[in-house]
Every structure is written in structure tokens, then in C-alpha cells.
Design a protein around this ligand. Structure first.
Ligand code: ACO
Length: 432
């Protein structure tokens, strides 16, 4: 494939000056800084490239996650998502994303032990969370509490120290489920349940959510596995909105707790991690399979969005959505079917046959079916972004660590095209 070869060049003629420039093309990419050399006159700043929302700009080199949006391929460190979802565990996948290789047995044992060692939060974190309103959105609670963690671990500011980076990484991965479960119990007015480190990562999470008076909570293996699969699918997705926020904030060398809070805040938005919540609301509004064509017409006339459809990168079926659809069937065998599934399947069927969606390459994304499973598992909709943030924390951390070790990275600071008023003089208020 010539466009990916090294040593290729692009020849550009600047018609303002008649000068010709030869720009290196490596890995199918030209460096934006090359355009700065193209100046219309002496003292000119040089050409900039304009790319609102970064639709065609690579902000980093990364060896973590590979997506082929046209083919519907997703790989973590080269391993297909389908194989990981089938055979791996969330903690093993987390290790892979962070360290680049699957762990050996002894590495896995040590890693599991280290994560379990850090699951408890400081009692003052618990008190901090108790301060939220009874009906506080759990994602707002999570964002605020993760940020607050930075005040408990001032050593986290030593971002150049690899030992400190490892400790903060473990703390964040271990404590996210604890804070998430506390946020859920807070909303329910239930006492917080402390971690049970005899259980698996996901089993312990379910225990902290749902344990009541029993001496030990025993998660149903099929539900534990379903959460495990969902966590693996959500663990990383290269340079998405929240990961970009993580990298951008951390590029100022802010501590990882503050940067993770920023990433989680980005994930909170309905166009990103909040989309599965919007899917459930949409399916509820549609209410009946018979009303699907009417809703699709509204979408086509621009009155609504088909939530859970479309993706910036995937221009074919999101591979995660395929796996989730299968997981849904397994969950429904235990929990009984979610009546919204019938509407979702009909919506997918009609949309995939409709020219509007076909031409724009709009297919179900990860959020189309995940909410339906979460609901069947008993989660309220406002827990959905929280359930996304827990596993994505490892992706944010892997990307953060990679960025800190990348000699080409520095503080993120885009340029702008100034489109405001030209210079003018201040008018005192009485003369305005
Ligand atoms: N419903 C209806 N039309 C859509 C949808 C949708 N869900 N998504 C895109 N389109 C249309 C756009 O209106 C646009 O049409 P036009 O060319 O006539 O103007 C065209 O498809 C291209 O869409 P863009 O908005 O340019 O695509 P972009 O890459 O900017 O947006 C996004 C991607 C934000 C995911 C978008 O598809 C969307 O809003 N989807 C619904 C929300 C959603 O499901 N988000 C979850 C994403 S996955 C995740 O974050 C985990």
C-alpha cells in the first residue's frame, strides 16, 4: 500500500508564491508542522491546518489499540477484541493494555493481588461521598470523587516517576468500582458495602452494589461473566473524546487523578458515554415496535437522532456491538427478556435497510445494546456512564503512561483562527 510506505513524499506548490515544497509522507501521514514552512511573505506565520473536532488529525503515535473503522476491526495490542472477550478476564486485559503483553501466570497473580490490595478507599472519601445530595447523579459523584482522590495522594504529582505511575495506576483501577458502587448505594439510601477481596474484580463490584445482609455475596457466574465481557469491550478505544481529554489534561503534567476526572467528565456527555442512557430513553419513547417507522422518519427529517447509531471511526458494524448482542441473549436467559429488545431489533432492522443510514454508513455502536443489558441486570439508567467509566479507566491510564514516555509529546495546545473584532479603542461606559 503506497500510502503507508516510508520515504514517500508529497509535492505542494504554494500558488501565492509559486514555491514548491516536498513534504515527507511516513505511515500515510504528513506532519502539520511542515506547512508552517509555507509563508506568503517575510514575517508570515506560515500555513496552519484547520481541523475542528480533529476529524482528520493524528494527535499521537500509539501502540495500544488498533481500529479499522471500514472493516469493523478492534484490537488491543494486536489481539482481536473477539478473542479477548471470549477468553480473557478484565484484569488480564487491563494488564495487556498497560504493559503491552499478556501476563505470565506469576505476573497475573501479582497483578491481581496488587489490585485487590488497593480496593479500599480512605474513610474520608466515604464521608466526602456522603456529602452529595441524595439524588446526585452517580456520574457527577464519580467525577468529583476521582478528582478528590488527588488530595489524598499528593505523591501522584510525581508523574515523571515510573514507580509512582504504577502505584497511581493500581489505585485508580482498584478504587473505581468501590467509588462507583458507593455512588449507587448513596442514591438508594443503602449503607455502603466494603470491598470483598475474596471475589473477582467484577464479582466484588457486584457485591458492593447488591450485597444486603448475607455474610458473603455470591455473584451468579453468568452475570459476573457478562460484566467481565462488557468491561473488556469498554477498556480502550484509542483517541476518543474522553481519552483525548485525559491526554490533553495530563499533558500539563497534572496528576492522574485530576486527569482521570477530566476524562470521566468528557465521558459523561450524551454524545459519548451517555449515549446508552439516551438509547433507553429513546426506546421507551418509541414504546412499541409498531411505532418504529414513525420514529425513523423523524430521525430522517432531522427532528431526532437515532441514539446508539453512528460512530466517528466505525463506518461498518461496531465489533463490540456484535459481541454485546450475543451477551444480551445470555443475560436474558437468566434475567428474563428486556421488552425494549424487541423495539431495538426492529429499529436496527429498519435502519439497516434504509438509504439514509446506508449512505451515511450508520450502524449500531457499542451503546445500542449495552443499555438494554444494564437495565436487565437491574441498573438504573444514570449508572450507565459509570459502568463505562470503570473499565475505560485502564484505557485512559495506558494512554496517559504512553504519552508521558513519548519524547514527541508536550503540553497540548491547539491553534485557532481568530475570527473576532479587529483592534479598537476602549469606550468608557457612559459613552456606550
Ligand atoms: N442518527 C441520525 N443521523 C446521524 C446519526 C444518528 N445517530 N449519527 C450521524 N448522523 C448523520 C449526521 O446528521 C450527518 O448527516 P449529514 O451528512 O446529512 O449532515 C452524518 O450522519 C454524519 O454524521 P456526523 O455527525 O458528521 O458524524 P460524527 O463522526 O461527527 O459523529 C457521533 C459521530 C457523535 C457518534 C454521531 O454518529 C452521533 O451523534 N450518534 C448518536 C450518539 C451516539 O450513539 N454516541 C455514541 C458513540 S460511541 C461512544 O462514544 C462509545
Amino acid at each position: 500500500m503506497p500510502e503507508t510506505g516510508n520515504g514517500d513524499t508529497l509535492t505542494v506548490t504554494d500558488n501565492r508564491t509559486g514555491r514548491t515544497y516536498e513534504i515527507p509522507v511516513n505511515e500515510g501521514v504528513v506532519r502539520a508542522s511542515e506547512f508552517r514552512k509555507m509563508k506568503a511573505h517575510e514575517g508570515d506565520f506560515g500555513l496552519m491546518v484547520y481541523d475542528p473536532a480533529f476529524t482528520n488529525t493524528a494527535s499521537c503515535r500509539s501502540a495500544i489499540t488498533h481500529i479499522d473503522g471500514e472493516q469493523g476491526i478492534l484490537e488491543y495490542r494486536g489481539y482481536p477484541i473477539e478473542e479477548l472477550a471470549e477468553q480473557s478476564s478484565y484484569l488480564e486485559t487491563a494488564y495487556l493494555l498497560l504493559y503491552g503483553e499478556l501476563p505470565t501466570k506469576s505476573q497475573m497473580d501479582e497483578w491481581t493481588h496488587d489490585i485487590k490490595f488497593h480496593t479500599y478507599v480512605h474513610e474520608n472519601i466515604k464521608k466526602f461521598m456522603e456529602g452529595f445530595q441524595y439524588d446526585a447523579h452517580p456520574m457527577g459523584m464519580l467525577v468529583g470523587t476521582v478528582a478528590a482522590l488527588s488530595t489524598f495522594y499528593p505523591d501522584a504529582k510525581h508523574v515523571a516517576d515510573p514507580v509512582s505511575r504504577d502505584i497511581q495506576t493500581m489505585r485508580l483501577i482498584a478504587k473505581m468500582p468501590t467509588m462507583a458502587a458507593f455512588a449507587y448505594r448513596h442514591n438508594r439510601g443503602l449503607p455502603y458495602v466494603y470491598p470483598d477481596n475474596d471475589l473477582s474484580y467484577t464479582g466484588n463490584f457486584l457485591s458492593m452494589l447488591w450485597k444486603m445482609s448475607e455474610p458473603q455475596y455470591k455473584p451468579a457466574p453468568a452475570l459476573e461473566r457478562a460484566i467481565e465481557v462488557l468491561f473488556i469491550l469498554h477498556a480502550d478505544h484509542e483517541q476518543n473524546c474522553s481519552t483525548n481529554a485525559m491526554r490533553s489534561v495530563a499533558s500539563s503534567e497534572a496528576d492522574p487523578f485530576s486527569a482521570t476526572a477530566a476524562a470521566a467528565a468528557a465521558l459523561y456527555g450524551p454524545l459519548h458515554g451517555g449515549a446508552n442512557e439516551a438509547v433507553i430513553r429513546m426506546l421507551g419513547i418509541i414504546g412499541d415496535k409498531k411505532r418504529v417507522p414513525e420514529f425513523v422518519s423523524r430521525v430522517k427529517s432531522g427532528e431526532d437522532l437515532l441514539w446508539g447509531f453512528g460512530h466517528r471511526v466505525y463506518k461498518s458494524y461496531d465489533p463490540r456491538a456484535k459481541i454485546i448482542k450475543r451477551t444480551a441473549d445470555e443475560v436474558f436467559e437468566l434475567t428474563g427478556p428486556n421488552p425494549l429488545l424487541e423495539i431495538a431489533l426492529e429499529l436496527e432492522r429498519i435502519a439497516l435497510e434504509d438509504d439514509y443510514f446506508v449512505q451515511r454508513k450508520l450502524y449500531p455502536n457499542v451503546d445500542f445494546y449495552s443499555g438494554i443489558i444494564y437495565q436487565a441486570l437491574g441498573f438504573p439508567v444514570d449508572m450507565f456512564p459509570v459502568l463505562f467509566a470503570i473499565p475505560r479507566t485502564v484505557g485512559w491510564l495506558a494512554q496517559w503512561r504512553e504519552m508521558l514516555e513519548d519524547p514527541e509529546q508536550k503540553i497540548a495546545r491547539p491553534r485557532q483562527i481568530y475570527a473576532g473584532a479587529t483592534r479598537r479603542s476602549y469606550t468608557p461606559i457612559e459613552r456606550r
